[in-house]
Design a protein around this ligand. Structure first.
Ligand SMILES: CC(C)(COP(=O)(O)OP(=O)(O)OC[C@H]1O[C@@H](n2cnc3c(N)ncnc32)[C@H](O)[C@@H]1OP(=O)(O)O)[C@@H](O)C(=O)NCCC(=O)NCCS
Length: 346
């Protein structure tokens, strides 16, 4: 089977259709659910932001004489405001085409030249291994690929998936558990964009999350989430057809004590949603705010995203507090994810 690698052409409808079909196959394989983005929404996702630039390649296999299928993809992201030494790389191959050297070819023909051209020295990637796989086994395909790229494991994350819909009785009992310790704190729900008057305070929560999230030996500089940066993120999500369900915990003095966000794609054919950042500020921990925040957002799902069948989230394996909350809600381990970094001589 002949495989050729070339840059993705975002102006080509055929490239985008095949890219979306690959994404659906990967998501169904990995999470048991997927998102139904339109071509225009995918195009919007691919436009560079003010904070990073990206490049994408595709692997085309000649599966039958004269007929090509898009069976793999690779990408790089270069942060532009912070992490100025870093370049983030990714490669994924359709499950039916794995073990035939396609990822290796994408790494050699696309990623390694792009890393060299970028002048960036710290290379970062994420790789999936089975839930019971040995993270340090040199036989894991991800580790073999990582060795080729000159990077190695710096943290281990666990991906969990929550089957939907949720029983409201479960949410009622978890809410009662949270209320025992919540005291004078209250939870506020926002649908849509962050209210203008809260942008700066919300940006501080976002930055704190990146400072506090346990990530073992990963080198990462937390960005400043300025109001402009938050608004650009919201605009980009809207252009991709995503909606946010956000909750904040408000302390007795009116300051923000924590937050959580769920992002859902609004097509009735999208079955996959994303549980994003959850944080309780250090001085406000111990009041079950993490649980109360998540119960509040998860309750919204039945009305606002009834199409969803699965919500996916990642936690570092050294984050027992967040994991306990997720397990209570019914999230179950799907696979483990290696965070790989290194300064290779390529
Ligand atoms: C990891 C992934 C990209 C590999 O794609 P692939 O096309 O199967 O990879 P290759 O065929 O080029 O194989 C890479 C290495 O793994 C080995 N390998 C692949 N599949 C294997 C299998 N089933 N059993 C044993 N070894 C295997 C290959 O022999 C090769 O080893 P080598 O470097 O010593 O020659 C693919 O499994 C995938 O898409 N996973 C999900 C996303 C992910 O984790 N990406 C990794 C980013 S670093």
């Amino acid at each position: 089977m002949h495989v050729s690698i070339r840059p993705l052409d975002p102006s080509s409808d055929l490239d985008l259709e095949q890219y979306l079909a690959l994404e659906t196959a990967l998501d169904e394989h990995t999470y048991g659910a997927s998102q139904a983005l339109t071509r225009e929404q995918l195009r919007a996702q691919m436009v560079d932001s003010s904070y990073w630039r990206g490049q994408r390649w595709i692997a085309l296999a000649e599966t039958l004489e004269g007929g090509e299928s898009l069976v793999g993809r690779a990408s790089v992201f270069v942060p532009l405001r912070e992490n100025l030494e870093s370049i983030s790389v990714g490669v994924e191959v359709h499950p039916a085409f794995r073990g035939r050297g396609i990822a290796t070819q994408l790494a050699e023909e696309a990623l390694i030249p792009a890393i060299r051209d970028s002048g960036r020295t710290l290379v970062e990637a994420y790789g999936e291994i089975p839930a019971d796989g040995d993270a340090d086994s040199p036989d894991e395909p991800v580790n073999r690929l990582a060795r080729r790229l000159g990077i190695s494991r710096k943290n281990l994350a666990v991906c969990r998936v929550l089957p939907l819909p949720l029983e409201s009785s479960l949410l009622d009992s978890l809410q009662a558990e949270a209320e025992e310790r919540i005291g004078q704190y209250r939870i506020e729900l926002w649908d849509g964009d962050i209210p203008e008057q809260h942008l700066e305070a919300y940006g501080r929560l976002m930055r704190q999350l990146e400072l506090d999230e346990p990530d073992e030996e990963v080198e990462h500089e937390a960005p400043e989430y300025t109001p402009e940066r938050i608004r650009e993120g919201e605009r980009r999500r809207r252009e991709q057809g995503l909606e946010s369900i956000t909750a904040v915990a408000v302390a007795p003095d009116g300051s923000f004590a924590g937050n959580t966000e769920i992002h859902v794609h609004r097509s009735p054919h999208s079955t996959l949603g994303w549980q994003e950042n959850t944080l309780v500020m250090p001085e406000h921990r111990g009041h079950r705010l993490g649980l109360a925040l998540k119960v509040a957002t998860h309750r919204q799902l039945t009305a606002r995203a009834p199409q969803l069948r699965a919500l996916v989230t990642w936690n570092s394996h050294v984050n027992p507090w967040m994991i306990e909350i997720n397990e209570k809600l019914g999230y179950r381990v799907r696979f483990r994810e290696l965070v790989l970094q290194g300064r290779p001589e390529l």
